[in-house]
Design a protein around this ligand. Sequence first.
Ligand code: 13P
Length: 247
Amino acid sequence: MRKPFVAGNWKMNTTEAEARELAAAVAAGAAGLACDVALCVPFPHLAAVREAVRGSAVGVGAQDVYWEAKGAFTGEVSTAMLADYCRYVIVGHSERRQFFGETDATVQKKLAAVIASPLDPIVCVGELLEERRGGHTQDVLSRQVCEGLSGVELSARVTVAYEPVWAIGTGETAAPEQAQEACRFIRGELRKMCGGVADQIRIQYGGSVNAENAATLLSLPDVDGALVGGASLKVDQFLAICRAARA
Ligand code: 13P
């Protein structure tokens, strides 16, 4: 069966000193957890966080990557650069789509580059509030999955994060039925693309996950973990979420 996977997405937060302290505290509390754990941190803190979690079960991830191998792409970071520092990388977060013009086509290019590298991707999908209200959630998820994850070999290396955009940073969480229904639908779309491999792909829920709601969300049959924003910046909250994940 799928081992739960809880990842923190620190977004654009922390100084290097704060990053070290937070990562060391998570590493110290992570022994004996039943889930895989990763911290997706800002690029400049990758080395410091890698040091801080060394010897622990905590993995390190980045929050974005570019698809070209190298060249004149000012400000961008390649898979090879990241692979020296971390194992995971988030691809297609809704904030990248919303503020930085990412599309299903750019997500697909990034994912293809990641799959060709040693990195393991966490690919984000999720509908906007108006899309949910308009009854288009499944259409949006279908398009994001079928286009964003097309043309690559899907395997257990891939994690998909279902993050309804209206639940991100709002304190509003998807109801358990909404989260389960969306994650079940995503797995169905994956099954059309890669058959039984879809049962090995972990699907995280993301969007205002906290210590209080984690146990309910993580017990849903098609929810295999969480992608945690705000609560991942608080050691006690994040570790409580990790403890809520049962194998
Ligand atoms: P919050 O947990 O702060 O809602 O953020 C979710 C998220 O975007 C994780 O990638």
